[in-house]
Design a protein around this ligand. Structure first.
Ligand SMILES: [Zn+2]
Length: 234
């Protein structure tokens, strides 16, 4: 008799618990339905109200380490470089991709020529200061068209300046964008993991249609992470 009672009790408890759980679940769902739109509304208001503060903080962090609008880059060791054209060295990780891009372009009658690859910080220093003096420019003006030493993508070995072999007058000129070579690159470079570094929307460096960077390896992506993060904001 005692045993029956206890088993009856257990059943009662189980049913009571189920009932409680059911009503609790309904309560939670109802609360969620009620709270969700409010939550979305308040987070949206918060985001739009303080978005600029977050972005400003991020930009301040990156602009603090910038010099004249350029991010810092370390110099790659000579062991990581290969000669792709006489006197043009590039990072060994991008060598094959770059060569393949050139060969594939040739199959379509487009002749690419490499103008400048890896540059040591020493060479960048000479370029920056000698051209600045020769052109009677202030550092700020000069930095729009050439990075200060220690701040050039060319020091990483992952940057390449490209010209049109059939139109050498356009080397390092904005009119390069009118050449067949540039139009081909615009359509195809991403397939080979290359992207334009300084496009028309860049906030501090002038448009350079000839300057491409490689983003086909983790090392390259890590190096250009800050530049890409900044780009995604604008
Ligand atoms: Zn360049």
């Amino acid at each position: 008799m005692e045993k029956d009672n206890s088993s009856q009790n257990i059943i009662d408890i189980q049913e009571a618990q189920r009932e409680y759980f059911k009503s609790n679940k309904v309560y939670i769902i109802r609360s969620l339905i009620f709270i969700s739109p409010l939550f979305i509304l308040f987070t949206s208001i918060f985001w739009f109200r303080y978005k600029n503060v977050f972005i400003f903080k991020f930009l301040k962090a990156t602009t603090d380490e910038k010099v004249l609008g350029h991010l810092p880059y370390v110099q790659i060791s000579r062991d990581s470089l290969l000669e792709i054209q006489p006197n043009i060295l590039v990072h060994k990780d991008m060598y094959e991709s770059l060569l393949k891009m050139k060969v594939d372009a040739e199959k379509e009658g487009i002749y690419l020529v490499f103008l400048s690859g890896y540059r040591s910080i020493k060479l960048q220093e000479e370029i920056f200061y000698s051209l600045k003096a020769a052109r009677n420019q202030y550092a700020l003006e000069r930095a729009k068209v050439s990075a200060p030493p220690g701040y050039s993508e060319h020091s990483t070995g992952f940057a390449i300046d490209i010209g049109d072999a059939s139109n050498r007058d356009t080397d390092f000129e904005v009119v390069f964008e009118n050449t067949k070579a540039f139009k081909w690159l615009k359509r195809n470079a991403a397939k080979y993991h290359f992207r334009l570094s300084f496009d028309k929307n860049h906030n501090s460096v002038d448009y350079e249609p000839w300057h491409w960077r490689y983003e086909g390896s983790i090392e390259a992506l890590r190096i250009f992470e800050k530049a890409n993060r900044e780009k995604s904001i604008f």
